[in-house]
Ligand binder design. Sequence first.
Ligand code: ATP
Ligand code: MG
Length: 233
Amino acid sequence: MADARVYGILSAKGGVGKTTITANLGAILSKEFKKKVLAIDANIEVPNLHLYLDMLGLPSSLQNVIKDEVSIAHSTYTHKSGLAIVPGSFLEEGVDVTRLKNVVDLVKGLYDIILLDSHPNADKEARAVMEASDEIIIVTNPWIPIVTSCLLTIRLARDVGTPIKGVILNKVGRSDEEMSTREVEDSLGLPILAKIPVDINVYRGVEKRTPVVVEVPKSPASKEFRRLAKLFI
Ligand SMILES: Nc1ncnc2c1ncn2[C@@H]1O[C@H](COP(=O)(O)OP(=O)(O)OP(=O)(O)O)[C@@H](O)[C@H]1O
Ligand SMILES: [Mg+2]
């Protein structure tokens, strides 16, 4: 089996939808497209991917793996969709994020696709995620301040040297005044991979700790996640 392609899911601002996208893209690629997918919660400071997947009380985490306390195999858990995850844990001291790449490289041979969720910044944590990734996906919403903040992520990606696959425009359709796809593309100079609508089912899915693609597979957002997933196979 060829090595997995590793995608870092990044944004400089919080709340844009990185974890939602990691959970839904991972779940749909596993469940419907039968890919072997691993999602790693590389949001070292505020990990919550496991909460979006109703996987609480897991005994070990990425932080334990980075600190060499357990193997990554012992920190990998499978969601009912078939998606494998390495969860994060809160309030861990002394985690050297620069070791993330070593950890990811250990399991590249076992999966088709690896998704790295991340902390919202353009700092050393984002750099570690970029260094561990083959390609970067930037998540944004169609509002000027958030789109502008993507320039920080783009600058860091160029500095690290990891190519950017494109931008996922999330929470689309909230206002007539929001930026158009064309405007976002022109401001960032990057292709838009998907336009995920603002969809109450996504929000409910997070509240119910089940990805919308599993809970409501025909919702507007699920349809767009399905289209997006095809770009990864
Ligand atoms: N397409 C959507 N439609 C409706 N609600 C959405 C959509 N995408 C995300 N949300 C909601 O927005 C909130 C933030 O999403 P999420 O946690 O995925 O963002 P994030 O980028 O991972 O945040 P952080 O940077 O803090 O980790 C959640 O409550 C989620 O339900
Ligand atoms: Mg998140």
